[in-house]
Design a protein around this ligand. Structure first.
Ligand code: SF4
Length: 413
């Protein structure tokens, strides 16, 4: 009898706690439905796609071909206006900004834009705005990458790993790009000779166990060059892992072809970090690209950039990270945007980032919680920023704050 009543009491307490937790979940569940995702907007995407194909007199087969997408990147205001209604002022601003900062949008990424909403998060990332010219505060190279460049194409900021910058080409020139100084006026890949010099540096430095191939967008390289580069890196005994930095799963998922995947599958382990910034970018096409990469043995992670008016609220970040987990892309970092010239209008307050981290922890799966990072100026490295959970620590105990705000004392002996 006593055992039964103990069990009953435990069950009643558990039910009470479960109800408390349910009440914490309900407000977000109600708000979540109002946050658009790529999957929810599938019909709108298909209509936009068909409209763009009609304008270009192209076929579905063309659409699926990444070379067609690249050849038809939208770089001309007149063509843009045929595809997306713009106010006269918005058109004038694009023309004006384009004289200083290049712009280009893949037809696929354009098809995700909401033609009726100037504040659409996809439009904000793809279309130039006059604010780019009004920012006189930022720097061209706040990371000081020019001073961490010990060999051609190489950036080295850490003891055991480095970056090879292989190209300045991207499927789209994101308006918030932190490397916009490299975008320049023309697209160009590094030469084989330059890449060879980078490989020679890596071979000569046995402490380098992790190499990140990036750009621009590393998957803008041809399959042939990528294959050669991966094969070379794979042949260096101390290179334990290869990483690829690319935004094509977001801006040009058709680049993830069977041929590319068959190359990637030959040189494990390969980690790909991409940059989804809004749940609208998580589409059926992005999922198809992720599925193919995962089948090739690639491990996928996401490095979002925290951007004002795009993803600087807890609800959008929770939805983004949950959508990413559904397509097997692990949220890895949230970067606080750096003070790059021409991007000031994208930079939120650090308090926004901390508030997001506070509302993620405990409220959703740990898997959906990336690390919030400020990149220290001058190439001094990534610095994690966390809400304060450890309130005090001495030889006897730690005082901690839980995700619900309970204060607890934890023994430290
Ligand atoms: S894909 Fe990356 S490097 Fe290229 S423009 Fe966008 S943010 Fe910059």
């Amino acid at each position: 009898m006593a055992v039964e009543s103990k069990e009953l009491n435990e069950r009643l307490q558990s039910l009470h706690r479960a109800n408390e937790l349910k009440l914490k979940a309900i407000p977000y569940m109600n708000r979540k439905e109002k946050i658009p995702t790529g999957f929810l907007l599938k019909d709108e995407y298909l209509q936009s796609r068909d409209r763009i194909l009609t304008t270009f007199k192209a076929t579905l087969e063309d659409w699926e071909n990444w070379h067609w997408q690249m050849k038809n990147r939208i770089t001309d205001l007149q063509i843009l206006q045929e595809l997306l209604p713009l106010t006269e002022q918005a058109a004038q601003d694009i023309l004006e900004v384009g004289r200083t900062y290049r712009w280009a949008i893949s037809p696929y990424y354009l098809s995700l834009m909401d033609s009726s909403n100037p504040w659409d998060p996809i439009r904000l990332q793809g279309l130039p705005r006059i604010e780019e010219l009004l920012d006189l505060t930022g720097e061209e190279d706040p990371m000081g990458e020019a001073f961490t460049n010990p060999a051609p194409c190489i950036t080295r900021r850490y003891p055991d790993r480095l970056i090879i910058n292989v190209t300045n080409l991207c499927a789209m020139y994101c308006r918030h790009c932190q490397r916009r100084r490299n975008i320049g006026e023309t697209d160009s890949h590094e030469t084989r000779a330059q890449l060879q010099a980078a490989l020679d540096y890596i071979r000569a430095n046995p402490e380098i166990r992790d190499v990140l191939i990036t750009g621009g967008d590393a998957l803008m390289l041809s399959d042939l060059t990528l294959h050669w580069l991966l094969e070379e890196l794979h042949s260096i005994p101390h290179v334990e892992i290869k990483r690829i930095g690319t935004r094509v799963p977001v801006t040009l998922p058709m680049r993830i072809t069977d041929e590319l995947c068959s190359i990637l599958a030959q040189y494990p382990p390969i980690y790909i970090n991409t940059q989804f910034n809004h749940p609208k970018e998580v589409t059926a096409e992005a999922k198809k690209a992720a599925d193919k990469l995962i089948s090739a043995g690639v491990v996928l992670g996401n490095q979002a950039v925290l951007l004002k008016n795009i993803n600087d609220t807890p609800d959008i970040m929770i939805r983004l990270n949950q959508e990413l987990l559904k397509i097997r892309v692990r949220p890895y970092y949230i970067f606080h945007a750096k003070h790059v010239k021409g991007t000031h209008h994208f930079i939120p307050k650090i308090e926004n980032g901390l508030d997001i981290m506070e509302k993620l922890r405990g409220f959703t799966s740990g898997l959906a919680i990336p690390t919030y990072i400020i990149n220290a100026p001058g190439g001094k490295g990534k610095t994690p920023i966390l809400p304060q959970y450890l309130l005090s620590l001495d030889d006897e105990e730690a005082t901690l704050r839980t995700w619900e705000g309970n204060i607890i004392h934890y023994p430290n002996y």
